[in-house]
Write a protein that binds this ligand. Structure first.
Ligand code: NAD
Length: 505
């Protein structure tokens, strides 16, 4: 049992040191499984954030000038420290997020894919070279780091998203300032210790804990060159609009409302298993979670509902300390209340409750923030539960009559993060992948998250800006390309002034 005396006061990580907060303002970090505060996180002032950015800026030139292979070596050491300290990391992630141990392990493993790609940085920052482009001139283009860049992270992947946002940024020679989620800050502070042990110079990795004040300073501070944001759509839009107004390069990834289309020829047993994991895993707190299953045809829908009802009723909601738990709590009481309210509104707007997650004893009796698996049938466009992202285990069935209708509905939705189709019909799959307006598409794959060496981002309201959260495109996003034309004078090159536009003949 956690008592008031055990509540830890956390720090920032600035200039290579755990640094006490000076603002006097703190946020509460909960253990969502027991519903109790386990730590107080300092919320940085504008001045503290500014100082952190200045320290990062002074560390930047030496890191930029460090050989690319030396940078890769430090990242390799960091990678090994993550795997060596897996148990400690799992403990921290599960405590502050409530996710199950296996889910947390999966998150770390996927985060490591971004680190692995960053170890390959020498290959990704190679430039181009052309000899004798004109008048004994050689031309080349080369990638240079930007300087200080920032990442702003959500709560739902305490390690995977920050690793995905920052590993390549560091590898290509930038200094990174991370504004971790104030709801799960302990993981990023622990990661800071690993960077230090790996030999990363002080100031190249900074964690500023905070809220809007810290974020606004990041957005406005002229030293910050680029921002990678991951979070909800309204905040992503604000970050993109404000950051670009201040002249920064910004990629801002937002929320998701992801569909699984089920064709009549699909194996429904397989579909049901795929849906349940993808829909309810991590208490549905994944931007790529399946929110809506869209069976094509009433017969497909009726058969599917019968199978889903039985399987969903057997799911175990509980603590990460129990090995057979399928998923844990949501992140906060506020989040739990919002999910329960969304279910009620769905019902009042005409949806049918197939599985009611409000009825579970743990939901009514525990202090933890539990919501049971809920499935609503006959959900239709226009209902709030169809239009809005619900970040918790309330999932929808939307019945459609044809593949064309499914594609039209999905394309019309404001969000376009992930989508998948289950079918044995290659023609249907090809039509779907061609016509669908969503960033990450699966065929018979429940959650089509790309592997770390492919690019990750959605479309429409799920992404503002042109960059990606991870993948090789980050080597472009976090660098600027200089194109250099170079001539070493020889006696037979004319040095006379010329006033015509230079041509290369
Ligand atoms: P959030 O938008 O509330 O917070 C994200 C970050 O923004 C946090 O660091 C937070 O401190 C900061 N923030 C919040 N409100 C702010 C404001 N008004 N001004 C400035 N900064 C602010 O998101 P969350 O609840 O932490 O995370 C869940 C959301 O993130 C979901 O919508 C989920 O779909 C999305 N998400 C998207 C992806 C993706 O790849 N597209 C990945 C993970 C999570």
């Amino acid at each position: 049992m956690t008592t008031a005396q055990e509540v830890k006061t956390l720090t920032h990580f600035i200039g290579g040191e755990m640094t006490k907060g000076k603002s006097g303002r703190y946020g509460s970090v909960y253990n969502p499984t027991i519903g109790e505060v386990i730590a107080k996180v300092p919320l940085a002032t504008v001045e503290e954030t500014r100082e952190a950015i200045a320290k990062a800026q002074s560390a930047f030139p030496d890191w930029r000038d460090t050989s690319v292979s030396k940078r890769a070596e430090i990242i390799l050491k960091f990678r090994n420290l993550i795997t060596d300290n897996m148990d400690e990391l799992l403990q921290i992630i599960c405590r502050e997020s409530g996710k199950t141990v296996e889910d947390a392990r999966g998150e770390i493993t996927r985060g490591l894919e971004s680190v692995d790609l960053a170890i390959g940085v020498p290959h990704l920052v190679k430039g181009e070279y052309s000899v004798n482009v004109g008048g004994q001139i050689n031309a080349y283009s080369a990638k240079y780091p930007l300087g200080v860049v920032a990442a702003i992270s959500p709560f739902n992947f305490p390690i995977m998203v920050p690793l995905a946002q920052t590993s390549m940024a560091i590898a290509v020679g930038n200094a990174v300032v991370l504004k971790a989620s104030e709801r799960v800050p302990m993981t990023s502070l622990y990661v800071s210790e690993l960077w230090k042990k790996a030999g990363l110079p002080d100031g190249i990795w900074t964690v500023v804990n905070g809220d809007k004040d810290a974020v606004n300073e990041i957005l406005e501070n002229p030293t910050v060159q680029a921002i990678s944001f991951v979070g909800s759509t309204p905040v992503a839009k604000y970050i993109y609009e404000t950051g670009t107004k201040y002249g920064k390069r910004v990629t801002a990834l937002g929320g998701g409302k992801n569909n699984m289309v089920v064709m009549p020829d699909a194996d429904l047993e397989q579909v049901a298993n795929a849906f349940i994991g993808a829909a309810y895993g991590a208490a549905s707190q994944r931007c790529m979670a399946i929110s809506t299953i869209m069976p094509v045809g009433q017969d497909t829908a009726n058969r599917l509902v019968a199978i889903l009802k039985e399987k969903i009723s057997a799911l175990k909601v509980g603590s990460y300390t129990e090995p057979d738990t399928d998923f844990g709590p949501v992140i906060s009481q506020q989040s739990k209340d919002a999910i329960l309210a969304a279910i009620e509104r769905g019902e009042s707007e005409g949806a049918t409750v197939v599985c009611d997650g409000r009825d579970l004893a743990i939901v009514k009796e525990s202090k933890g923030f539990f919501v049971g698996p809920t499935l609503l049938d006959n959900v239709k466009p226009g209902m709030e539960i169809y239009e809005q992202e619900v970040f918790g285990p309330a999932r929808n069935i939307v019945r459609v009559d044809s593949l064309d209708e499914a594609i039209a509905l999905i394309n019309h939705h404001e969000l376009g993060n992930g989508v998948t189709i289950f079918t044995n019909d290659g023609f249907a799959a090809r039509k779907f992948t061609t016509e669908i307006d969503v960033g990450m598409v699966g065929v018979n794959v429940p959650i089509p998250i790309p592997v770390g060496y492919h690019n990750f981002a959605g479309f429409k309201g799920s992404r503002f800006g042109e960059g990606h959260m991870f993948g090789p495109d980050q080597a472009r996003f976090f660098t600027k390309t200089k194109t250099i034309s170079e001539r070493w004078m020889t006696s037979n090159v004319s040095t006379a002034s010329t006033f015509a536009f230079p041509s290369n003949n």
